[in-house]
Design a protein around this ligand. Structure first.
Ligand SMILES: *[C@@H]1O[C@H](CO)[C@@H](O)[C@H](O)[C@H]1NC(C)=O
Ligand SMILES: *[C@@H]1O[C@H](CO)[C@@H](O)[C@H](O)[C@H]1NC(C)=O
Ligand SMILES: *[C@@H]1O[C@H](CO)[C@@H](O)[C@H](O)[C@H]1NC(C)=O
Length: 163
């Protein structure tokens, strides 16, 4: 019983260490006139990370499209759509994702493509990635874990084998 709780905690904490939320456009948000290619080239995405869009929901939205949709601002056949104004989207696969604004903004630059890498980095580099600017720990997760959580996970693993 106690062992199960320990394992659950260890899993939960190691997830918090490796999950990053990438806020599209940083403090410029999801708006016309921002070069999102520059933004995405300056980030490293790993499977399991989140991408989040913050915008005025009466004016914009978010559609996931394919490369053709991205290149030509075509909304037909969208793979997904979001319109809450604060959308958190899980990047669960290692592939290139394409997002555009489906209400006008795409031709004014509201398009972003992100290449998601297969593996989360090892815990120590994940900790520094989370601490770098323009990134924050995803809000689904209780914040406040630092590098001490890595130590905690190790400790739990030791306890597990010791039992
Ligand atoms: C964004 O910046 C890159 C690098 O300077 C440039 O090649 C690209 O054309 C720009 N995109 C737009 C839409 O201005
Ligand atoms: C957005 O999603 C809804 C519900 O899944 C669907 O009915 C609608 O056609 C979608 N819109 C676009 C532009 O894909
Ligand atoms: C890239 O990220 C660094 C560190 O967060 C920041 O100082 C720099 O302005 C960013 N560059 C662009 C083009 O967004």
């Amino acid at each position: 019983m106690a062992l199960r709780v320990l394992l659950f905690l260890a899993a939960a904490i190691s997830n918090t260490v490796s999950t990053t939320d990438h806020i599209v456009g940083g403090n410029k948000g999801w708006n016309p006139g921002v070069n999102y290619t520059l933004w995405s080239n300056n980030q490293t995405f790993y499977a399991g990370d989140f991408i989040s869009f913050s915008y005025e929901k009466t004016q914009h939205n978010v559609l996931q499209v394919d490369k053709l949709g991205y290149d030509s601002c075509r909304i037909e056949g969208a793979l997904g759509n979001w319109s809450s104004g604060k959308d958190f989207i899980l990047l669960d696969k290692s592939k290139r994702y394409y997002f555009i604004c489906g209400i006008g903004g795409c031709s004014n630059g509201m398009k972003v493509s992100v290449l998601v890498h297969p593996l989360a980095p090892p815990p120590m580099s994940a900790v520094s990635a989370v601490h770098s600017s323009e990134k924050s720990v995803a809000p689904v997760i209780v914040g406040g874990f630092g590098s001490s959580s890595v130590v905690l996970v190790r400790l739990m693993i030791y306890v597990y084998y010791w039992i």
